[in-house]
Write a protein that binds this ligand. Structure first.
Ligand SMILES: C[S@@+](CC[C@H](N)C(=O)[O-])C[C@H]1O[C@@H](n2cnc3c(N)ncnc32)[C@H](O)[C@@H]1O
Length: 207
């Protein structure tokens, strides 16, 4: 999967433009109200979401694609980007909050569990987690061969898991779930034109 992203970032640059998701602003407010000082952004891409946080919090982005990291260093010089896998622990000191946009749905079940576990390991007790992922209401749900329950291989080697509210909550069992919801995201990309996606989000607190 990392090759897929590396090739896309190398060819298309800032694939989704510079505008962050509205969910990043929502997460920012929750993190600020909770008194957060440090935020982790796993699968940070080229930094369009980290930029929402890096002006106010110590912000760490983990990203596996060197092409994305190169763009990120230029776009968001205030964030610290770590080259590596979000499925492995990268921070020595726990942060106060994690914002993870559209990364969780890229993985099969075992790796989704691992991503959440590793994020929980890098956030302090009482810290917040704000994750987004594809909704089961999205029209792409069901496209391509079924690989696992709710997960389809919609391009060769590329998985998409589609979350119902219940499924998303089940992934975060063991945390205090504060809020879940749905929203529509509209992307404009040079390569693919305009697309809207149905997403779900979850706000949870580490016990
Ligand atoms: C759908 S993109 C979202 C990018 C970014 N969150 C944003 O909103 O612009 C998924 C990102 O996850 C990264 N990624 C995929 N697997 C990863 C892994 N194991 N560790 C770190 N990043 C990963 C990809 O390179 C890509 O940047």
């Amino acid at each position: 999967m990392s090759n897929y992203w590396e090739e896309r970032f190398a060819q298309e640059g800032m694939i989704w433009g510079t505008e962050p998701s509205s969910s990043a602003y929502a997460a920012f407010e929750h993190f600020k109200n909770a008194g957060a000082a440090a935020v982790l952004v796993p699968g940070a891409g080229y930094g369009r979401q980290t930029k929402v946080f890096s002006g106010s919090f110590a912000t760490y982005g983990i990203e596996i694609s060197p092409a994305a990291l190169k763009l990120a260093a230029e776009w968001d010089p205030d964030a610290v980007f770590i080259a590596g896998s979000a499925l492995e622990t990268q921070l020595k000191t726990p942060v106060d909050a994690v914002y993870c946009y559209d990364v969780l749905h890229l993985f099969l079940d075992a790796e989704r569990r691992r991503l959440i576990e590793v994020c929980l390991g890098q956030v302090r007790s009482g810290g917040l987690l704000y994750f987004t992922g594809f909704s089961d209401q999205d029209p792409m749900n069901g496209q391509g061969p079924l690989r696992e329950q709710g997960t389809y291989e919609y391009k060769a080697g590329k998985y998409a898991h589609f979350f119902s509210d219940r499924d998303l909550r089940a992934h975060f069992a063991g945390t205090d779930i504060l809020e879940t919801g749905s929203f529509t995201e509209l992307f404009h990309s040079v390569q693919d034109g305009s697309h809207s996606y149905s997403l779900r989000y979850i706000l949870a607190r580490k016990k």
